[in-house]
Design a protein around this ligand. Sequence first.
Ligand SMILES: [Zn+2]
Length: 254
Amino acid sequence: MATKKNIHVKDRNLLLAALPPEEYERLLPDLQSVSLDENHVLIEPFRRISYVYFPLSGAISLLMPAGQGHYIEAGMVGNEGLTGVCLSLGSDRAPMRAVAQTSSHGLKMSARVFRAEMQRNSPLADAVRRYAQAYMVMLSQGLVCMGAHRIEQRCARWLLMMHDRINTDELRLTHKTLARMLGVRRATVSEVASRLQSRDLVRYERGVMKIVDRAGLEKAACECYRVMTRELARMLAVRMVRHSRPQTEKAPPL
Ligand SMILES: [Zn+2]
């Protein structure tokens, strides 16, 4: 098992970082560095997935169709994981969209090479299987969250998950985007943001959501945040400790 590491290690993907150095070296020729703009679509529903993407920075939203062309976020991926997990489970497509929620930098590998790695049971396959367990917990716990928890708790959880995956305390975020992510009306998000702000947990000004009391936000979030992060930490052998961020960093667009 890998040594315990912080979850947010700048410019590293934790799955790849957990590989033995010689394995990582072996894979390097098949990993291509790419930068994604916000809203870049990595996966379209039921379309063949041509590559997997290991984020080094930024957050990717996993969106499920909700009818009439609308999508609701089912989970997110940052530098702890990869997109295209279904390729490790024997399917070359999925009913979801994967969209860059922020600008992102990462490494991509062709689906052909990735499948071959899974079939040969390489150390990468082992790491991906471990991540897949945490990934499935994230998706299923997300369903529990939507059905069982108050919107204020869910909103706090979402903000914490984003905070864990991006490199700043400030998110450029419209109420419309947050409403789409949480699957609620925009007016509801406005009310929730006001309540979180009145508790001095966040500050929302001119389209920027600033997390001002991370510990308070953790108390405000539902149990789902702890379930998801614990499972991720357990399977990847990382500590879910977030570094404090310099306040002067530019907010990524959301
Ligand atoms: Zn919840």
